[in-house]
Design a binder for this molecule. Sequence first.
Ligand code: UTP
Length: 292
Amino acid sequence: MTRIRKAVFPVAGLGTRFLPATKAMPKEMLTVVDRPVIQHVVDEAREAGIEHFVFVTGRNKSVIEDHFDKQVELEATLTERSKSAELAELAASLPGPGQTSYTRQQAPLGLGHAVWCAREIVGNEPFALLLPDMVMQDTPGCLKQMLDAHAGLEAPANLIATEEVAEDRTHQYGIVAVGEDVGDAFRVTGMVEKPAPGTAPSNLIISGRYILQPEIFDLLARQQAGAGGEIQLTDAMIQLAERQPFYGYRFGGRSFDCGSKIGFLSANVALALARDDIAPEFRDALKDLLKN
Ligand code: UTP
């Protein structure tokens, strides 16, 4: 069994759906309750035992690098003011020295291209890929569940998280075709990106968490631009599935597409309601709002 040590976070997209908020600030830094979206996703990876965090960034994204660094002046001020809870919070959210790497995508040519940009840092080992747009809510987290399932599969195995959606929404997503169950996973017998209405092979969407073998990089290198003029990850995964075992994992928790306004707002409400320190007061505030 190969241990998955590295995780890739593609954060080079333009975030046009959140303009003007994302004009000067990356959408991954929008906050869900009191931490940036990217922090939620990095925390999920840390909980799963990931040791190295690879960010594929772009223009205007250096604030992400600052976020995952020590803020010496801030910490000195908090120490002076005996703000130990805040200091502990900062320390808990910080990967250790040497545990982060950053590379630039240079041009937003699509998710597949962003992943390919991480090839030298990932090297020749299987890795996790987490789309920071997707905030997943469950205990343990989605990636931890997937790594446990992956450990039970014969190597080399690729494993992607999937979730059910209503049949009339399948045309908006990448969809998998479902084969037999293997351990806690199922065999993926096909994948299609945004199928025409009524043609989807299932109602299981590819939902933003992946464990991939390094052979994906060579396949990405050969990709031509696909749907939307972008280099698509799904196209390379379809080819990988012809060469290596490819499995799906049914994620049973809640997920929020924070790249969309409704998903982002829902994530804020759901995660606030899950917090003991906020929920009681927030529940009352929500009731009030809904009443009027
Ligand atoms: P999206 O297509 O949802 O992100 O990509 P976007 O392009 O930033 O958003 P909109 O549609 O303009 O609002 C999913 C993930 O892939 C990353 C994005 O940062 C996001 O986390 N991505 C996408 C890249 O890193 N590079 C790209 O070229 C495209």
